[in-house]
Design a protein around this ligand. Structure first.
Ligand code: HEM
Length: 225
């Protein structure tokens, strides 16, 4: 693979493909999480979470692929950034600011870094306890005190104001990262045709609506305590 990814075009395409994959994951993650605010006391959310958490295809095929996708995107992102920096042997005498690039496009590495911090915290909050219950304790029942535990755990996590604030900041950075990332990824795979404008509009909507929706979920659980 090293050979294949040596050219910077190949790297950009690989970056774009992993980005599309993560955007697709984010959409399904959102679709499941939004059910946690349905007025059914977490019933739908619990059932979907239990299905996702115990289905062998999801657990042993999709989840490892997802984790690989997340790590790949970060590693390639850093590699591209370092390479781009290194390529400018002579530093720009003057940063041209907004003249030839947007603020976000020049700062993908920083929004990405903050999302990385968010993901580490998010894994500590939700994913590691889940792995512990299933793979260390060997408990695949999903139950606690005679009920599914997922909805309760979610509400419990969003009780602390500092965590909700941190998550919301993470979602704002996610929006900024996606605003530039979506168009950039389309450019990297060479999409430039009569649909380009439509895709750009779709990308903008996606980059704003999804993170805003995550903010709604977090605030909903915080205020329903
Ligand atoms: C209010 C917003 C969110 C909630 C309530 C939430 C909830 C959860 C929960 C409960 C899990 C554990 C799933 C399991 O049992 O394995 C999880 C896992 C995960 N979340 Fe989130 N999440 C949110 C936002 C995000 C965002 C914005 C991202 C990405 C930028 C993200 C990325 C992940 C990843 C990569 C996993 C691990 C893989 C998986 O288990 O599917 N989450 N999340």
């Amino acid at each position: 693979m090293g050979g294949l990814l040596k050219s910077s075009i190949a790297r950009k395409v690989a970056m774009a493909l992993s980005a599309f994959f993560l955007m697709f994951f984010l959409l399904q993650h959102f679709a499941i999480n939004i059910t946690s605010i349905f007025p059914d006391n977490g019933k739908t959310f619990n059932e979907l979470s239990h299905f996702m958490g115990t289905n062998p295809l999801v657990q042993f095929v999709l989840q490892p692929v997802l984790i690989f996708g997340v790590v790949f995107h970060f590693v390639m992102g850093f590699a591209l950034e370092l390479k781009n920096k290194g390529a400018r042997a002579v530093k720009y005498a003057k940063n041209n600011g907004g003249a030839n690039s947007t603020w976000m496009s020049r700062n993908m590495i920083y929004s990405g870094l903050f999302i990385l911090i968010f993901i580490v915290i998010h894994f500590i909050d939700f994913w590691f306890p889940e792995l512990n219950t299933k793979f260390v304790k060997g408990d695949w029942s999903g139950m606690h005190d005679g009920e599914f535990r997922y909805f309760d755990e979610l509400q419990h996590k969003f009780a602390a104001a500092w965590r909700v604030a941190l998550y919301c900041i993470g979602f704002v950075f996610l929006a900024l990262h996606l605003l530039h990332g979506f168009n950039s990824a389309f450019q990297s795979v060479g999409a430039n045709n009569k649909y380009t404008n439509g895709l750009k509009t779709f990308g903008k909507a996606y980059a704003i609506i999804l993170p805003a929706g995550f903010i709604v979920i977090a605030l909903f659980h915080f205020f329903s305590h």
